[in-house]
Design a protein. Structure first.
Length: 263
């Protein structure tokens, strides 16, 4: 499975208090809104229209600017929780160049937490506990995760450094999950779990030199959760998604052509 999908939408069902089924539509999307000079004039509204047409109850955005969020939420009534709430004035000015992570919910947000601020403005982990007890019988916890990236066309040493950082970031998520219940994890993991590598049965303590041999998503065998369901694999077990499919993903096609010097 490819954890780097730029667009995922699926329907999750929970047992409600009366024993029936209550559906909730969730969407995660890295909208890449801050570093493209043509974004506001050409890409923003088509992207927003895709989101609104799907009518999600909960949205996790990565790399979304204030302009994008405000335009998306105009007259739509989402409650917004953004990483920008934790940034000072100087950081806020800088973050508009790359966007940031946000959770938008049709359900009221009861509690907010910045699990990890991130090493860069658009990275980090947000946690929101939603007021859904009257619907599902419990308050739903949502995580929006954007792990360290920026490795496209970079040398191996840079890729390894970022991979180590992502593993450490995943452990921060792992630690917080142990204090959570009934949660959904969404986001841009900047990681690939299709590797044929297998991890050894190692203790929690390790050196950074050892980390390169572990698949990123499942690198702590003793600290995995047995009851977490991968929604994408459950619904589409034979579909790797759009990220590397250049026929479906025109943005990836442009990047690869640009790399090869083709205009």
């Amino acid at each position: 499975m490819d954890y780097q999908k730029k667009y995922i939408k699926y329907k999750t069902k929970f047992l409600n208090m009366k024993g029936g089924i209550s559906p909730v539509n969730v969407l995660t999307y890295n909208v890449f809104s801050g570093m493209d000079e043509k974004y506001s004039t050409e890409r923003m509204m088509p992207t927003i229209n895709i989101i609104l047409d799907l009518n999600p109850d909960i949205i996790c955005l990565q790399e979304a600017t204030t302009e994008f969020i405000q335009t998306l939420n105009k007259d739509n009534g989402y409650t917004v929780f953004s990483k920008s709430e934790y940034l000072d004035k100087d950081d806020l000015e800088k973050v508009e160049g790359s966007g940031y992570i946000s959770i938008l919910s049709k359900f009221p947000i009861k509690k907010k937490k910045l699990v990890y601020k991130g090493g860069y403005y658009d990275d980090g982990i947000l946690k929101a506990i939603l007021d859904t007890k009257q619907i599902f019988g419990f308050d739903l916890c949502v995580y929006n995760v954007h792990l360290s990236g920026g490795t496209y066309d970079k040398p191996p040493e840079v890729i390894l450094t970022k991979r180590i950082r992502r593993m450490l970031e995943l452990d921060m998520l792992n630690q917080d999950l142990r204090n959570s219940d009934k949660f959904i994890i969404m986001g841009d993991f900047n990681s690939d779990a299709n590797s044929v590598e297998t991890f050894p049965n190692i203790p929690y303590s390790f050196s950074e030199n050892e980390l390169h041999i572990f698949p990123e998503i499942r690198f702590y065998p003793s600290r995995q959760f047995d009851d977490i369901v991968d929604a994408w694999l459950t619904i589409k077990p034979n579909d790797k998604g759009f990220t590397e499919d250049t026929e479906k993903n025109s943005f990836r096609k442009y990047l690869k052509k640009n790399k090869e010097g083709v205009e």
